[in-house]
Design a protein around this ligand. Sequence first.
Ligand code: DSN
Length: 469
Amino acid sequence: MRDVTETLLHDVVVGGLERLYEDDPELYDILEREADRQRGVLSLVASSSLVDPSVLASQASVAVNVTAEGYPGRRYHGGCEVVDDIERLAVDRARSAFGARYANVQPHSATNANYTVLSSLLRPGDTFLGMELEHGGHLTHGSPAAYAGQYFTAIGYGLTGDGRIDYDQVHRLAVQHRPRVIVCGATAYSRVVDFARFRRIADDVGAYLMADISHTAGLVATGLHPSPIDHAHITTTCTHKQLFGPRGGLIMSGRDADAPAPRGSGTLSAFLQRAVFPFSQGAPALNTIAAKARALELVTTAEFRRLASGIVDLARTLAGALTDLGHTLVAGGTDNHIVLVDLAPLGLTGLAAERALEECGIIVNKNRVPRDTTPALVTGGIRIGTNSAARRGMRRSDMLVCAGLIDRVIRSVEVHDQRDYHLPTEVRDDVRARVAALCADLPIPGYPTVERPPWGSAALSTPRVRSSR
Ligand code: DSN
């Protein structure tokens, strides 16, 4: 019979926690406070999730002690025979989760993964096509504020008037500018991406297609969103958003893995291996790779499929309820986990809405919306996501309550200027109490639960811990 308390890993990690508790109460208390904050608020941030504690445990493993430049079986340091097994396992699980022929699990984030791909396929000044930040693209897809927009010639495409990707514009721009790479995938787009159509456009102009599925990777892995793996030459993703894993990235390829690489340098997969190491990264974070392996195993379970379908169901419920309450959604609704609310009709900024909701324990992020003229730290919209709510087991009825609370807060905010706002105290106190009660009813799996506070402002004191599992 296996007994975890008799293992080396258990003693090291639990002993470390005890030592931290005794020797460094300042840091321990901050970390404890953060765990408590997460338990007591409703995170609806589209780019975050709540990881399984076994993912946390994998990341806290002794693999952090190993320096291992290179790849399994071909390292530049000794002592890698065990961590080689970790990396091989993570690669196998990534390939299996996405049906990919090739996977590299070393990128530290999707930003690293995207820059690895772009800077190996492009030379400085070369042209690539990506989605405009204001229309839902990511900084790495060509924003002038980022490396991608400053070292390459980035041409941006956007949305049609009804908030869908303007594929005709993508084709027109591709023909006009002959980019070497086209990037598809987004960071604030609530509809299905037509990867096959992007590939046809890329083939038409001889470009490589890179799909960044950071936001929808969980839906792709479970078949709830079409997969780009065999449409794009290269697919990238982070592992911490919808894969419910550690902060990190992946680079994958499907049917093009063995296609010829640029400049006659072997196959595309061999080219991508070199693009990560030694071209753009040094030693990998093997402890994070262990946590990726754990998360990627969970992704293939029936429970994860239920979670993914809950994510979409909750987002659709939220989108429907907010629409019924008279709000304007970019693209008119959602097919994934994202609901993007245009606040212009309310005369409200994203910043004011984000802060007012946070005062009430509802966490979202301010987000630019199409034709937004406000500064990036103010914005004209908010982006709401359902990954974490689904993980907490939220039901449709809870989401309807939640939509009502969001509506009440954003309609109650009085805006003085772009940054200054006032939320009436009685609204804040009442919504906070209702959110606290919702959170108490929806414990984060694996976290100790909190006693359900009564309705009303008397409930606003720190909730008491009921039990520890
Ligand atoms: N890409 C940013 C987001 O979507 O919020 C950060 O991960």
